[in-house]
Design a protein around this ligand. Structure first.
Ligand code: GLA
Length: 725
């Protein structure tokens, strides 16, 4: 048996001071200061009317600080080099990454942006720029999130000329770091079943591109970055510049060091296969790009980002409900769900204390295996002869919410929808579109497809008491042809597909205010700050093996909050069979708890344990879901993973210490030196298992817990340890 969770009740108070005037003019300069509680960001207009970056780093507390900073020097416009422009458009001698690349109707292919006007409204600064000659406008919107210590940037490109303009690159902005050598990039890479793996590499002269060309966010790379200086930052110390892009389609973030040691992070729409025809009077909005800075390491960077996501971006923000404990039978029945087997499971789930019951894949027309039915979003009459309503009502009567799996963007050739609308799929004329998992992708950029899906889903919700949709997407986009529009408009697909996806969810949410969503794309293929504004939880990975999950969840937590990170207690066949049930529970509890056990076959002993752990989870989830996360020991760096959560009001902290090794002899577990506690407060210590903790005191101060730490049991070959083998 691996080390199990001790947890502690704490008494402390957290406080954040509000920042007055998060956006203000920079005194004596033509520019603005954007202040968060943790950092300052300064930009200004140079002598030629160009917008220049001035400063991004620790909070500057007096006007003298920035008057003495680099502002006067950087005002010089250097026509030969890109300099530290805030939103460079391609034109002249610019050889590094730019934010905008356009071709005008007369063949002119450069753009020179000049300041036109600006406006400050509370935490929002808008700056309007315009090409020196043509009526091509760019409005930059900066929004300050003082408490989260972050700033978001977004650009709107507007064609006020009388001719169409081809936009070949549209980026949200470029984050400039202080010019220097020696930075280090941290990013998240992976693949299906192994999402969010943390990698680190030096930033050197040249460019490193992180991107997706797959039409969704992707398992392979995630639109998040963190950069520290000389590898000096740790979890709790050191300067970290970090950011994330809010887009669930093709995205791109480039990290570049110029020959003059400027370090620039540019992000927005992927330029691959990108050509957006902007007609007269039309606008194109880029995704928001969020950035932050901290002096307190990667841990604080994550906590700030989590705060932004939880309190500002999540659908109901700080008011969003705690995530319910939910049940999903995918790992038990696959597509073999029926009214009878789901009702039986629902009875057992309710008895365990589960709060939401979700029917996964297999409930709809013709869906016997995964090769048919996608597109026909009505119940299969063999499996659900009376429709879904009787099951939904049964689930509701048991006191649980009802959830349903859908995969709206896809269609099987064996479906009524495809037979009626073969032209609705992505395809190039005269070529056979490739199938993956037996399915084709609907062209969601088409408004008729969008309307069909909206109506079908709206009907499902209205008729079946649906509280949560698990919105899945099990293949990547390919064959991205859109034959029904002119050739020079087809590539708008990369933008419109995702915009329409967002619109469907937004409209459904507006019409059904109780409706919630899980974002899933064959596991964690659609996790980003765009979808996060529309969904309540994200399916982290199809890989539910508890040991593999330690790394996946750690990487996920760098960018996304535990509240949206769906964990799942898998049946023993979905992972290493010798992993104890309690261990599987504890790993899943570090996010929002889901259960996938076969409730019909688990033993009486397992049932009792599950009920007890679900009850225990409910007593800590306010802290784990809405509190601050401290990653005290990383599964990448040693055999033991330790995560600590501190409640928003500081009154409770929860510590998970898990041996993730395969060693026979239990590895040394370093003391958990707790963070974020009030040094003078006294905390009551409540281990889940007395025997797992060396600490025998039941009350300790924050100072003691931070300095001395909590020690787990002695290293030894115990009876439980041996029982693993
Ligand atoms: C994907 C999801 C799984 C499950 C299946 C159903 O793989 O990630 O959780 O819903 O689809 O087909």
């Amino acid at each position: 048996m691996r080390n199990l969770l001790p947890f502690y009740a704490v008494l402390a108070a957290a406080c954040y001071s509000a920042t007055p005037d998060p956006v203000r003019p920079a005194p004596g300069l033509k520019g603005w200061i954007l202040d968060t509680d943790h950092s300052s960001y300064i930009l200004g207009i140079n002598a030629r009317g160009g917008l220049q970056h001035i400063y991004w780093g620790s909070r500057l507390t007096t006007a003298d600080d920035f008057a003495a900073s680099h502002f006067p020097d950087t005002l010089q416009y250097n026509p030969v080099d890109i300099g530290n422009e805030e939103y460079p458009a391609w034109g002249g001698s610019r050889y590094e990454e730019t934010c905008l690349k356009a071709t005008f109707n007369d063949g002119v292919r450069d753009v020179f942006l000049r300041y036109v006007s600006h406006q400050i409204q509370g935490p929002v600064l808008t700056v309007v720029l315009k090409d020196a000659k043509y009526d091509l406008f760019v409005t930059l919107t900066y929004r300050v999130y003082p408490q989260a210590g972050m700033v978001s940037r977004q650009a709107t490109i507007e064609n006020r000329t009388a001719q169409p303009v081809h936009i070949e690159s549209a980026q949200s902005g470029v984050w400039n770091l202080p010019a220097d050598n020696g930075y280090r990039l941290t990013s998240l890479v992976g693949t299906w079943g192994e999402e969010a793996q943390v990698i680190r590499e030096p930033v050197q002269q040249g460019m490193r591109v992180m991107e997706s060309r797959r039409g969704h966010t992707s398992h392979e790379a995630n639109p998040w970055f963190a950069i520290d200086y000389h590898g000096q930052a740790t979890e709790e110390q050191g300067q970290v510049w970090f950011g994330a892009l809010g887009w669930s389609g093709n995205w791109r973030i480039s990290v570049e060091q110029t020959h003059e040691h400027q370090v620039r992070v540019t992000g927005g729409y992927n330029t691959f296969d990108f050509d957006y025809l902007l007609k007269p009077g039309e606008t194109l909005d880029t995704p928001p790009f969020y950035g932050g800075f901290t002096d307190h390491g990667f841990g604080e960077a994550s906590r700030l980002l989590h705060r932004l996501e939880r309190t500002e971006l999540a659908p109901h923000g700080a008011q969003s409900r705690l995530r319910p404990v939910w049940y999903n039978s995918w790992q038990v029945y696959g597509t073999g769900v029926t009214e009878a087997n789901q009702e039986e499971l629902a009875d057992k789930a309710a008895a365990l204390g589960i709060e939401l019951f979700l029917v996964d894949d297999g409930w709809f027309h013709l869906r016997k295996k995964t090769d048919a039915g996608l597109g026909d979003w009505f119940p299969d009459t063999d499996k659900f002869p009376n429709g879904l309503l009787p099951l939904a009502q049964h689930v509701n009567r048991l006191g649980m919410d009802f959830g349903l799996w859908i995969e709206p963007e896809m269609v099987n050739p064996n479906s009524d929808l495809y037979r009626a609308h073969p032209d609705w799929v992505l395809n190039f004329p005269g070529r056979e579109p490739g199938q993956s998992r037996g399915q084709l992708t609907l062209n969601l950029a088409r408004d008729d497809v969008k309307e069909y899906l909206y109506s079908a889903l709206d009907k499902l919700v209205a008729e079946n008491h649906i509280r949560l949709f698990k919105w899945d997407m099990n293949r990547r986009l390919a064959d991205p042809g859109w034959p029904s529009v002119p050739t020079n408009e087809q590539r708008q697909l990369w933008v419109k597909y995702t915009q329409n996806l967002y619109q469907i969810i937004d409209r459904l949410r507006a019409r059904h205010p109780q409706l919630e969503f899980e974002s899933c794309a064959g596991g964690g293929g659609r996790a980003d700050l765009g979808i996060l504004q529309r969904v309540d939880q994200i399916w982290t990975s199809d890989n539910t093996d508890a040991l593999d999950r330690l790394r996946i969840q750690e990487g996920f937590s760098f960018a996304y909050p535990p509240k949206v990170m769906m964990g799942r207690v898998p049946p023993s066949h979905s992972g290493r069979a010798n992993t104890p049930l309690e261990y599987r529970f504890l790993v899943a509890m570090m996010g929002s708890l889901g259960i996938s056990l076969n409730l019909s076959t688990i033993t009486e002993e397992e049932t009792i344990l599950s009920r007890r752990l679900i009850e225990f989870y409910k007593s800590i989830r306010q802290t784990t879901q809405n509190g601050d996360l401290y990653r005290l020991a990383s599964p990448r760096e040693g055999p033991v993973t330790v995560n600590q959560f501190v409640a928003e009001d500081g009154r409770q902290a929860v510590v998970f210490a898990l041996d993730g090794s395969q060693q026979f002899l239990r590895p040394y577990c370093p003391p958990a030196r707790l963070r974020g506690l009030d040094a003078n407060a006294r905390y009551r210590i409540r281990p889940l298992h007395e025997s797992k903790l060396q600490e025998k005191a039941t009350i300790a101060t924050g100072a003691y817990l931070a300095g001395h730490g909590l020690r787990s049991e002695e290293r030894r070959v115990g009876k439980e340890c041996r029982s693993r083998w």
